[in-house]
Design a protein around this ligand. Structure first.
Ligand SMILES: Nc1ncnc2c1ncn2[C@@H]1O[C@H](COP(=O)(O)OP(=O)(O)O)[C@@H](O)[C@H]1O
Ligand SMILES: [Mg+2]
Length: 236
């Protein structure tokens, strides 16, 4: 369970409000978050694992205040970025997963076996010793996911995990994410994927514009976008 208690984010340099005070309880197994670019989606989800601290208010994960128990929270909350290169560090796939396992599996042979098993599960068993740079974008995202899951988080935050992927990989990664035994909080522009959640939150202009049934949420988002486009002068 994740709780936002009046959490807000103000840019320290400009004083601009990025996220207005937000109070939320996130308990559903699969929650999707949609909204226009720059609305504050990444800011909202980054508060959950402490990548960004709230300016006011607080966020709690399973009763732990994220600002006070960052390390413990990050063991429970995995974070998958849009661009897997942001979280792949080692030269080969197996080494990268082994790096994620370094705390939980002390023995090196055991760690190698665990990493290979994790890669196998992602369908990357044959790519274990291949250079990370030789993997396709989809394979890289799966590798990043293997690394995140290696520490058995109970919550997985995925911030536009499929935005860079083609349709086939998007479907594959999306289905895989939904099948995982974790609470999934997925920021996405893939409205088909968003609609499969139990609950959808629409973020707009630094606040929650809608929160509830996925179909209604997506309709709300569409109205918001087309309404806005109609009010604005078309670009030159
Ligand atoms: N560190 C920062 N300082 C100032 N503005 C920021 C900072 N981080 C994000 N922003 C701004 O806050 C807004 C929301 O950003 P973000 O949460 O990344 O939106 P989204 O993920 O919905 O595209 C954007 O206008 C962005 O430019
Ligand atoms: Mg974002």
């Amino acid at each position: 369970m994740i709780e936002f208690k009046g959490a807000s984010v103000v840019a320290p340099d400009t004083g601009v409000t990025i996220l207005r005070p937000t109070t939320l309880t996130l308990a559903e197994r699969h929650i999707s978050i949609v909204g226009a670019n720059g609305g504050g989606k990444s800011t909202l989800v980054r508060l959950i694992n402490g990548l960004i601290p709230p300016t006011e208010g607080s966020v709690e994960v399973e009763g732990l205040n994220v600002a006070k128990h960052g390390a413990e929270v990050r063991r429970r909350v995995g974070f998958l970025f849009t661009d897997p290169s942001a979280q792949l560090i080692m030269p080969t796939a197996v080494e990268d997963v082994m790096l994620s396992l370094r705390r939980s599996v002390k023995n090196k042979d055991e760690r190698t076996r665990a990493a290979l098993a994790a890669l196998e599960e992602m369908g990357l068993g044959e790519r274990a010793d291949v250079s990370v740079s030789a993997l396709s974008g989809g394979q890289r995202q799966l590798l990043a996911l293997a690394g995140v899951l290696a520490v058995t988080p109970s919550v997985l935050i995925a911030d536009e995990p499929t935005t860079l992927l083609d349709l086939r990989w998007r479907a594959h990664v999306g289905a895989l994410l939904r099948s995982l035994p974790v609470q999934l909080i997925e920021v996405t522009h893939d409205l088909d994927s968003a609609s499969r959640a139990e609950r959808t939150i629409v973020i707009d202009d630094g606040g929650i514009a809608f929160d509830g049934d996925p179909r209604e949420a997506i309709q709300h988002y569409r109205d918001l976008m087309f309404g806005r486009a109609a009010r604005q002068a078309p670009p030159e």
